[in-house]
Every structure is written in structure tokens, then in C-alpha cells.
Design a protein around this ligand. Structure first.
Ligand SMILES: Cc1ncc(C[n+]2csc(CCOP(=O)(O)OP(=O)(O)O)c2C)c(N)n1
Length: 313
């Protein structure tokens, strides 16, 4: 199933997202970006594993933490960085910022900063695909906090009723802003929330890009058979603060011990090790990929800084 070509693409996406967000974190202190940034460092494998199952015609909706989903779906890097700088060349003309990335050419149809807000949008897209008899799927990415919004349950009910081609993907990083999951829920079982509607759920290691890919592939196969939506929960961890480039282990939100434990499970490092151990990629190839990506990112920042500022209406 996993061959050289697959590994090269997945590794390229993982490293692109990681290095782009590291560059954003490092540049952010210069106070030139015109928006808050919710970084997903540590969570990349979910965006990549899901997107490796999708084509341009498949539709994705995301949330406030949308850099990874945009890039994994093939969104234009230069337009994303320009967007963060509020430039007219940005992917939404510099008027949306980091939380509202979209690139309709690759099926990244939008991101909502209203927690849970993009879940019904994906269901609406799924309804459209079904009514137009298109063979594609709609995916919604959302956090564990969003799974506590009523709209999540309403959306699953409707999607199940109409057997819509929707994959609900919960990125469970165990924290909503500064509230740990254990302080908000009696049980850690988000993947089971669709059961009452007949939606099968699966919980996977969200730091394992192959596990996420396999769960998504199964969900897409179910859709192709006309069996309707699925729910996937990927358990993961965001390495930085809810918003901004800092680490929040000193604020009491997460402990240093927890942070260290998850650092060991870094999804990029984990996949790189797999590729090298299984001879899917050589060390020379991984280095070459990294260098190429670094150059593209440098160029994207250079362009973004010199582009014209967005025209406000
Ligand atoms: C309806 C709504 N309520 C509250 C907020 C404020 N808010 C922004 S992000 C966030 C936490 C979301 O947590 P989660 O869904 O787990 O996503 P994560 O930030 O962990 O990726 C909250 C409460 C909001 N934007 N929208």
C-alpha cells in the first residue's frame, strides 16, 4: 500500500506544514502579520493522512487552526503567507487572515473561526455532491471542543439520515483553549458520538499518518458503497499555545512531562523514521525534500513582504 511515491508525497506535505508553521512562529514576533495565528505543530499527520485519500474535486472545510488542512489539500503556499500579511495577493485577498484560508481550485472551500461552524458547511457540500450525483466526498476538520457544540450532533443526524458523502474528522488534542478534555467531559469517547445516528466511528493515533490514511480510506470506501458518513477521531497534541508562537507548559495548561511525552511521538519524526527503516526514502532524499521546501518557504515570505497591502472596502 505504501510505496515510494506515497511516502514522498506524504513526507513532503508533513515537512511543508511543519516548516511553514515554524517559519510563521519565528517571524510572528516581528509584528508584521496582520492576524492571530493558531499553529498546528504536532498535529500535521491528521491533515496529511486524510488529504492523501482526497483529490481536487473532494471538498474540505476547516476551522481556526486551518494552515495544515489548506496546505495538505494543495493550497497555494505563496497565497497563504501573503494572506497572513494582509496582502492583496493573499488567498482571500488579504481580508480573511490565518483563520479563513481557502483555495477553491483544490477544493479547500473555507474555514470558520466559529467553533463547530464548518461542520454543517461540509454537510451542505455533501448534500450538493449527492444531489448532483458527483462521486466526491466532503470532509470537515474540527477539534475536540467543537464536538461539544450542538451543531456537531445536528449535522451528524442529517448526514446519516440522507446518507451523505461526509467524513467527520475530529482532531482531538485534548484541549480547548486552556480547558483540558477531562474537565469538560465524563468520558474520552468522541469517536462513539455518531453511534446513535448509525455513523460508525474509529479512533486512531493522530500522530501516525498511515493510520489516519487507512481510517480515511475505509470511510471513503463506505461512502462509495452508498453507506453514508463516518466519524474519525485522531488523538494528537498541539505543541504550542492555543494561539501564537509560544509554548504553554509554564502557564499550567499542560505539563512539561506531557509535552516531552508527545514530543517523542512527533508525527514528522515518526514518519521519517518509518521511511528510512523501510527503505521507502533514503536520507539523501529526505534532505533534498527538506531543502527544496525551505527554499519555497523563504521565497513565499519574501514575496508576501513585498506584495501590496490589501485594499479595504
Ligand atoms: C462558538 C464559539 N465559541 C467559542 C469560541 C472561542 N474559541 C475559539 S477556539 C476555541 C477552542 C476550540 O477548541 P477545539 O475545538 O478543541 O479546537 P483546537 O483549538 O483545540 O484546535 C474557543 C472556545 C469561538 N470561536 N466560537
Amino acid at each position: 500500500m505504501i510505496d515510494h511515491q506515497w511516502a514522498e508525497k506524504a513526507y513532503t506535505l508533513l515537512v511543508t506544514i511543519r516548516k511553514t508553521e515554524e517559519a510563521i512562529a519565528s517571524e510572528y514576533k516581528n509584528q508584521e502579520m496582520r492576524c492571530p495565528v493558531h499553529l498546528s505543530i504536532g498535529q500535521e499527520a491528521i491533515a496529511v493522512g486524510v488529504s492523501m485519500c482526497l483529490g481536487n474535486e473532494d471538498i474540505v472545510f476547516s476551522n481556526h487552526r486551518c494552515h495544515s488542512h489548506y496546505l495538505a489539500k494543495g493550497g497555494n503556499l505563496n497565497a497563504m503567507i501573503a494572506e497572513l500579511y494582509g496582502k492583496s495577493t493573499g488567498c482571500v485577498k488579504g481580508l480573511g487572515g490565518s483563520m479563513h484560508l481557502m483555495d477553491d481550485e483544490v477544493g479547500m472551500l473555507g474555514a470558520s473561526s466559529i467553533v463547530g461552524g464548518s461542520i454543517p458547511l461540509a454537510v451542505g457540500a455533501g448534500l450538493t455532491l449527492k444531489m448532483r450525483e458527483k462521486p466526491h466526498v466532503a470532509v470537515t476538520f474540527f477539534g475536540d471542543g467543537a464536538s461539544e457544540e450542538g451543531v456537531f450532533h445536528e449535522s451528524m443526524n442529517f448526514a446519516a439520515l440522507k446518507k451523505l458523502p461526509v467524513v467527520f474528522v475530529c482532531e482531538n488534542n485534548f484541549t480547548a483553549t486552556s480547558s483540558p478534555l477531562s474537565s469538560r467531559r465524563p468520558m474520552d469517547n468522541i469517536f462513539r458520538h455518531g453511534e446513535v445516528f448509525g455513523i460508525p466511528g474509529t479512533s486512531v493515533d493522530g500522530n501516525d499518518v498511515v493510520a489516519v490514511y487507512e481510517a480515511t480510506r475505509d470511510a471513503v470506501q463506505r461512502i462509495r458503497k452508498g453507506e453514508g458518513p463516518s466519524l474519525i477521531e485522531g488523538k494528537t497534541f498541539r505543541m504550542l499555545k492555543h494561539v501564537g508562537p509560544e509554548i504553554d507548559t509554564s502557564s499550567g495548561v499542560r505539563t512539561q512531562e506531557e509535552w516531552n511525552r508527545w514530543q517523542e511521538k512527533c508525527p514528522v519524526k515518526k514518519f521519517e523514521e518509518l521511511c528510512l527503516n523501510e527503505d521507502l526514502l533514503s536520507a539523501r532524499e529526505t534532505e533534498k525534500i527538506q531543502k527544496r521546501i525551505e527554499m519555497k518557504i523563504d521565497r513565499a515570505f519574501e514575496l508576501a513582504k513585498s506584495d501590496p497591502v490589501a485594499q479595504w472596502i
